[in-house]
Structures are given as C-alpha cells and as structure tokens.
Design a protein around this ligand. Structure first.
Ligand code: URA
Length: 246
C-alpha cells in the first residue's frame, strides 16, 4: 500500500478507536482470520486492551495538540464552510474548573479563541471575581465553529461536534463544569426545565458536578437587571465552595 494511503488508513483507524472510547468501549474483539500463530497463543482470548487515555504529562499535551489539530481541520458538519477558523477552547490542561458556552461568535471566529467578545469580557470578570485567571481554568464551547449570524446551533451540528467536547472533558477530567446558558446546559443535563429553574442546582455528567448558570450574553441583554448578575454570583459561590472542599 502506498505510504500516503497507509497514513490515511491509520488516521481513520485512530479516529474510529477514539469514537469507540467515547462510547465507553475499552476493549475490541480481534477478528479470527487475522490472528497470527503467536497471537493465538496469547492468553487474552482475542481481546485487545485499549491504551489508557493518558500516561504522563508529555502524552497529555500531545493528546491535546492532536485534538486541537483535528478540531481546526474538522469538516464533520457544514459549519466549516462559513468559519474563518475553528475555536477549540483554551486554558489549563490541568484545570479543575471548566466553563462551557454555546458556540463562537464573530470575535471568536476571527481570533480563534473562545469568549473574547463582549460576553467574553464579562466572563473574564466573573472568573477573576472567583479568584482565577483565564489561564487557570478551561474555557470551551459545545460547538467549535461559528453558526451563521450567531444563530443557535442545530441538533445535528451539536451531535457532529460532540466528540470534541467529550474528549476535552475526558482529557481534562475537571472537578466541576459550569454551563453557560441553555445550549451548554442541555448538552450535559437533559431537561425540559428553563434556565431559571436549572441554575443554582448541581447536576451530574458522568460523575462530574455540573452547575448551570446564565450565559454572559443574557446578562448583557439584561444589563439593568442586577438581580440576574447576583444569581450568577450565587451560582459561582456554590462552585467555589465545592472546589474548596475537594
Ligand atoms: N458565546 C459563546 O457561547 N461562546 C463564545 O466563545 C463566545 C460567545
């Protein structure tokens, strides 16, 4: 097989293995006809153990780089056609606190960084009020490419993009996730309830506490309403308490 075809095939296999891991599969059954004699004598009865996600700091960074590269060249949904650049997310790969928003807006699409527009400036202030810098937490989005006119991402787009966020969570293994707005909250906590009902109460996603709160854009749209800001701060205080006690 020519080298470029082989490389392409290897990439496809890697992608597939990644997908299996997302589903929670931690072993594969080796097909009978492909077994060599020496393999037949192995005691693993045809099961290939998948490598644990991360072994050390170097491989952690390498995994993040691989993921970021994939996101930047992603064509899983039509949103890639309208993007200037994809916005993978940013922050510490060791962050205990993760913020997840909806999707990049215009500024984020231009800069390739999450939450750098007006809503982002407000989020940065909230993070600072909690005693952190942006570099100490991780900031990401459900969708990595800007939807046209900043419309709400469609379910098929969220589905296509979901392996990236799931992998980010797997690599980060944060102590707590803060979801900003309904799209991010729905990604983690399926519920018919409104944000007003959901905010302020921890949910769980794969064992990780999830605190839903209002999106910073909602705070901007309701600038005069100090009550909403206070509610967000109440939510963040709960998050801080959880971080302090764990
Ligand atoms: N709104 C979001 O949800 N995410 C961003 O990155 C910016 C604005």
């Amino acid at each position: 097989m020519p080298e470029n075809e082989l490389l392409k095939r290897l990439e496809e296999i890697e992608e597939q293995l990644h997908f299996y891991r997302q589903l929670g599969v931690d072993f594969l059954v080796r097909s009978e006809e492909k077994k060599g004699d020496e393999e037949k004598s192995s005691s693993s009865a045809g099961l290939i153990k998948l490598e644990p996600a991360i072994e050390n700091q170097t491989s952690l960074e390498a995994e993040w780089e691989k993921l970021i590269k994939r996101i930047k060249s992603c064509r899983f949904c039509p949103l890639f056609q309208g993007r200037t650049q994809a916005v993978p997310g940013e922050g510490s790969y060791r962050a205990r606190l993760m913020f997840v928003g909806e999707a990049p807006g215009r500024d984020e699409d231009l800069q390739g960084r999450p939450f750098v527009g007006r809503a982002g400036q407000l989020l940065t202030k909230i993070i600072a009020a909690m005693g952190f810098s942006r570099q100490e937490v991780y900031i990401g989005n459900v969708i990595k490419c800007r939807p046209p006119e900043n419309r709400t991402p469609r379910p098929d787009e969220i589905k296509a993009c979901s392996p990236y966020l799931l992998r980010q969570i797997e690599l980060l293994n944060p102590r707590v996730i803060v979801t900003l707005g309904k799209v991010a909250t729905d990604f983690f906590l399926e519920s018919d309830k409104s944000m007003s009902d959901l905010r302020g109460h921890f949910g769980q996603f794969r064992g990780i506490p999830v605190m839903p709160t209002f999106h910073p854009s909602y705070l901007i749209r309701n600038e005069g309403n100090r009550g909403i800001k206070r509610l967000v701060w109440e939510d963040m205080k709960q998050v801080l308490k959880l971080l302090e006690t764990s």
